[in-house]
Each structure stands twice: as C-alpha cells, then as structure tokens.
Design a binder for this molecule. Structure first.
Ligand code: FAD
Length: 439
C-alpha cells in the first residue's frame, strides 16, 4: 500500500481561472464505490484517458478522481500553447531525432482537443493562430533559430522567416532580432479548456473533484482511499504528473520544477493602437529556460512566462511569487515601453514535470496500472494523447500511435538527493548564464 504524503495544493494564484466566471465543482467522493477503470488525475492526461475509455467502452463505468478543482492544476495554469512541433533544438534532442513520431502524436492530441471543443462548444478562446519562435539576440538567431529552420527543412515543415522589422510589425515590439512563424500551434485559455473537457465528459464517466487520494493499493484490484470514501477497480490509469513517484512509480525518474506566468490587465483601445492594431499572437523563446514566452490574447492581455526552478517539494512562497511578479513587470516594460502604466494583474505558479532525457512516463507500470505522466512542459497536446493512448493500452487495443509513443523512450534514473539538487540547480544556472543574451 502507498500512503500519499505529498498532495497537490491550490495556492489560488491561477490568473486564467481568475478571469473566468465562477464554476461549481463536482461533489467530492463521499462513499465506497467501484468502477471498471479508475483514472487518478484530471489534467489533460487524465481527462484524455477518461474520455477515450468512455468512447471505447460506452457500457463501462469509469471513475476519475482529482485532489483539486478542474483547471487549477498545471493543465489549467500553463501558457496555453498547443504546439504541434518539437519544442526547440536545445531542450529536446531526443524528441527531435524522433521528429515525425513526435509530430504525429502532438497533432493527434490537438485533433482530439479540437474535436471536443467543436462538438461541445467549449468556450476557451481556441485560436488556430500559429506561433512565433523568437530570438532576442543575434547569437540566439545563430545558435537556435537557424538550426530550428534547418530542422524544419529536414522535417519538410513549412515556416516563415521574419527579420526584426517584420517581427515588430506582427508582435508590436522591436525587442526581437528575428522570428520563425509556423502555422500549426493553437492558442487557448487552458483553465477554460480543462474545465470544459471535465464538464463534458461522457455519461458513463463520474468525476470527483476535491478528492485527494490518501492511499493506494495496487494488487489484484486497485483500491484508492480518500478522506471520505474509496474506489475499487480492476484497472487504473495514473495521470498525476510529477506526483507519480508518491504512488510508488517512476521513482528517481521524474523532476518537478516550478514555472511562473503573469497576465496583464486588458489593454485599452488607445494602448492597442499604440501596438499597431496587431492581431493576437503567441511567441516561444529560443531558449525555454532563459527566454520569455509571451502572448497577446484575444481579450488584449499580455502574458509573460519566465522563471523556472527546481522545486521537488511542489510549494512556492507568496514572497517569492511577488518577486517574480516584479521581474515579469520589468520584462514587460522593457519589451513594451509604449505601454507604461499597464500592470501585471495576475502572477501564478504551476508545476511541470521533466525527465532527464526528455521522455514521457508512459505505458504499463504494473499488472493493472497504466501511466500517462511527465509531459516535459508540452502537456496540452502530449498529455492529451498520452492519456488517450494509455486508455487504449489498458483496454488491450493497439495502434500505430502507441508504437510512436513507445518509440520516444522512457525516463532514465537521476542521482539521489542532495547530488540531484546540486546537479539540476548547477545545470540550470549554467543554461541561464550561457543564454543570458536571450533574457
Ligand atoms: C507556467 C506553465 C506554462 C506552461 N506552458 C505550457 C504550454 O504553453 N503548452 C503546453 O503544452 N504545456 C505547458 N506547460 C506544461 C503543461 O501545463 C503540463 O505538461 C500539463 O498540464 C501536464 O498535464 P497532466 O495532466 O500530465 O498533469 P496535471 O495537469 O498536473 O494534472 C495532474 C492531476 O493529478 C492530480 N493529483 C495529483 N496527486 C493526486 C492525488 N494524490 N489524488 C488525486 N489527484 C491527484 C492533481 O490534482 C492534478 O489535477 C506549462 C506549465 C506551466 C506550469
């Protein structure tokens, strides 16, 4: 039996849900119940798994339990990019080598989300706007953007190269030396999408929110206990992201990092005009750790995502978040000097799970447990598809996409603490120093 000693905690900082109307959560688990399959975790992975299970077995009873409310986890706190291409050359070489498999998976994840959004009319600002990969410095252009386009050529993917002036006319800031535009990324409000997916699950799925699993037994049957109830099922899907280690799986294989984003207040008509009446856009940095992810949203807010640090305890202090908010404001002011007086209205923390070799925690991990965890910071498409494919595996189905997923590999072991902390923090500090020209 695994006693779960570290639980997710909602610090109520999430800006994406703060700008949405209030939502009543589903009731917590308060009885002893059973299911054909139980899914633990209601992020993109768990919601993808539950929906796929229900599609394939409409007569089965599926239960999904989550410690928090829909949209308050990493899935509801990200920057809202559903990206169809490998992230960038520096962060994910292994995935780049498997570029085509990766793209098939990401595009299948996006297609499934698109289908749910259209079928159920999910109001989440779904915008097929593409994205800009940006470099601030000439060194960033040479070291990251030029290799990126070489990779896109190799993959046979179309793109548009934009110099400083063209980038400025699209993004409304002269901060960038160049950018590469690709068409396949979707931009969205992740809290609205996560809520919408959870609220439109098929009838044979029962979702329990605010129901942390406190202990779990994975024997012939799976038994999960919460404070006021339990679920028993012959099979389980584990979709708890970096907390999978607490359930006894992927031990010393997953690394949890805190990541931060801010949303400004909406720009006025005059401020929008000062940017050049531009269209909404999303931009990912040449270096994911040192650079700044940004968006100009449909409701005219600017998003800033910067500051990632190793955080195995999955807690962040309000004081540190306040310092990060001041830093985001400074980054915003540097990029948009014409928008003086526009402040960051919300700054939040979310937790991302990475593996040392950039691979997912996917597949069968015990006779009756399948795993869809560790999305390496691109969980909107990858979490969705890994959840769906783990559901297919659990039901004994096979598909070429499962083979693609398995071809990405599995996480390698990391050193024990405190060597791990020293190694990860040292590596991160080196990355930040080496790419300081991109900040
Ligand atoms: C600031 C930030 C920006 C990001 N930007 C992007 C982006 O633009 N695009 C992108 O694709 N990805 C992005 N990511 C990463 C992305 O958000 C994650 O990869 C993805 O949300 C992971 O989804 P998941 O379903 O695997 O996990 P989660 O969303 O973390 O869901 C796991 C669920 O498990 C539940 N759980 C854990 N333990 C228990 C327990 N004991 N009992 C019950 N439930 C439990 C949690 O409550 C949680 O709801 C970003 C992340 C952050 C933080």
């Amino acid at each position: 039996m695994s006693r779960i000693t570290l639980l997710p905690k909602d610090d109520r900082s999430n800006g994406w849900s703060a700008i949405l109307p209030r939502r009543e959560p589903r009731a917590p688990l308060a009885c002893d119940t059973s299911a054909d399959v139980v899914v633990i975790g209601a992020g993109f992975a768990g919601l993808g798994a539950a929906r796929r299970l229900a599609e394939l077995r409409p007569e089965a009873r599926i239960v999904i339990v989550d410690a928090q409310q829909l949209g308050e986890n990493a899935s509801g706190r990200n920057s809202g990019f559903a990206i169809d291409l490998p992230h960038n050359v520096g962060s994910s070489l292994e995935e780049l080598r498997k570029g085509h498999a990766y793209m098939r998976l990401a595009r299948a994840g996006i297609a499934s989300l698109r289908q749910s959004v259209r079928r159920h009319g999910i109001d989440c600002d779904w915008s097929e706007d593409g994205k800009y990969h940006i470099a601030s410095s000439n060194r960033g252009v040479e070291e990251i953007l030029e290799p990126t386009v070489a990779e896109l050529d190799r993959l046979g993917e179309p793109y548009e190269w934009l110099g400083r002036e063209q980038t400025a006319s699209r993004l409304g800031t002269r901060n960038f030396a160049a950018s590469v535009f690709t068409r396949g990324t979707v931009l969205l409000n992740p809290a609205a999408l996560t809520r919408g997916l959870g609220d439109t699950l098929p009838e044979n799925v029962t979702l329990y929110e605010n129901s942390p699993v406190l202990d779990a037994e994975f024997r012939n049957a799976v038994t999960l206990r919460t404070a006021r109830g339990s679920v028993r099922a012959p099979k389980a899907i584990l979709a708890v992201n970096g907390l999978a280690m607490r359930f006894g799986f992927w031990k010393r294989k997953l690394l949890n990092f805190a990541a931060h984003a801010s949303l400004s207040r909406p720009l006025t008509d005059a401020e929008h005009a000062a940017l050049g009446e531009i269209k909404p856009w999303g931009a990912t940095p040449a270096n994911a750790f040192a650079g700044v992810t940004m968006r100009y949203t449909n409701d005219r807010r600017i998003l800033i995502r910067q500051n990632i640090h190793f955080c195995p305890g999955l807690r962040q202090s309000d004081e540190r978040r306040a310092r990060i908010q001041a830093d985001h404001q400074r980054l915003f002011d540097q990029r948009f000097p014409m928008l003086r007086g526009v402040t960051m209205e919300h700054t939040w923390t979310g937790f991302i799970c990475l593996s040392r070799n950039g691979t997912p925690g996917f597949g069968q991990v015990a006779p009756n447990v399948w795993s869809a965890v560790c999305q390496n910071a691109v969980g909107v498409p990858k979490g969705t598809i890994s959840g769906r494919l783990s559901a297919e595996m659990a039901l004994g189905e096979d598909s070429p996409l499962i083979a693609d997923m398995i071809s990405l590999g599995t996480p390698t072991t990391v050193p024990p603490r405190p060597f791990l902390d020293i190694g990860v923090r040292g590596r991160l500090a080196y990355e930040l120093f080496r790419n300081r020209h991109e900040r």
